[in-house]
Write a protein of this length. Structure first.
Length: 260
């Protein structure tokens, strides 16, 4: 009998009031339970009394206030800049080719790095040599920093190493279109960038890995989780189709690794 593929959830849940985002981005969820749902159904169906419903209960729904960058999400090139590929209009999330979103996965492990460290192109080359793999076009490259072990806590915002413009372009030059990371940002955590910018005044420090998309259009996933459960550095598939939001800079995504 053929063994079934193992499917691994690489996302975090959208939860109410967790402090793992800046205050303006923290999701707010209002839960409408079955008792309130019964009252709503009375309004929707004139003449209905809740006593006629199963156990006097109706529907349950949730009202959510969040951004397109809440929870595990896929950033479109439009998030980085109005243009990509040195002048073409940047793709929005509803324009991302679906062919990009299902491909071979590659997992690169940088958990040994400290919070706020740079992941350089040389670091990528060394890790690829260690695992014995050469990147090919349309591989979905995942960066593991270990930051997801702090999800749900305020310190998540400053956890993990991060990519640079140079290291991002190294991947894009190999034909990579989608990447992902288990930290809050594809770049180094924003407080580290802000501290370095305040010290040097060099604007190239700010959001360099994101701004790489101006030169070569690409997407990246942020706030991933469970990368350690994949169990191998390559030889698996990644599925990461985003929610289709018209003209948006990002879309929520539930990426999964399919491991045979």
């Amino acid at each position: 009998m053929q063994e079934k593929n193992k499917i691994i959830d690489l996302s975090i849940a959208i939860e109410n009031n967790l402090p793992s985002d800046p205050e303006m981005m923290i999701p707010q969820i209002k839960y409408v339970d079955h008792k309130i749902g019964a009252l709503q159904m009375e309004e929707f169906f004139p003449g209905l009394k809740k006593e006629l419903l199963p156990n006097k209960l109706g529907w349950a729904i949730e009202n959510i206030n969040l951004t397109t960058h809440s929870g595990t999400h896929l950033d479109a090139p439009y998030h980085f800049h109005p243009t990509m590929d040195n002048g073409l209009p940047a793709l929005k999330i509803d324009e991302i080719p679906l062919e990009w979103c299902f491909s071979d996965g590659v997992l690169l492990d940088f958990r040994y790095k400290n919070d706020g460290d740079k992941i350089t192109a040389d670091d990528l080359k060394k890790e690829l040599k260690r695992i014995g793999y050469s990147i090919k076009p349309f591989d979905i490259v995942l960066i593991q920093t270990g930051a997801d072990d702090s999800w749900g806590k305020k310190e998540y915002l400053t956890r993990g190493a991060g990519m640079t413009k140079e290291s991002t372009l190294f991947l894009l030059e190999q034909g990579v279109k989608i990447t992902g990371i288990d930290a809050w940002s594809w770049d180094r955590p924003l407080p580290f960038l802000a501290k370095e910018y305040n010290k040097t005044g060099n604007p190239d420090i700010i959001w360099g890995a994101h701004f790489a998309g101006i030169e070569k259009g690409y997407c990246h996933m942020e706030k991933m989780a469970n990368l350690s459960k994949i169990g191998k550095p390559y030889g698996f598939k990644i599925s990461c189709f985003p929610i289709k939001i018209k003209d948006a800079s990002a879309g929520w995504v539930r990426p999964v690794a399919i491991v045979s």
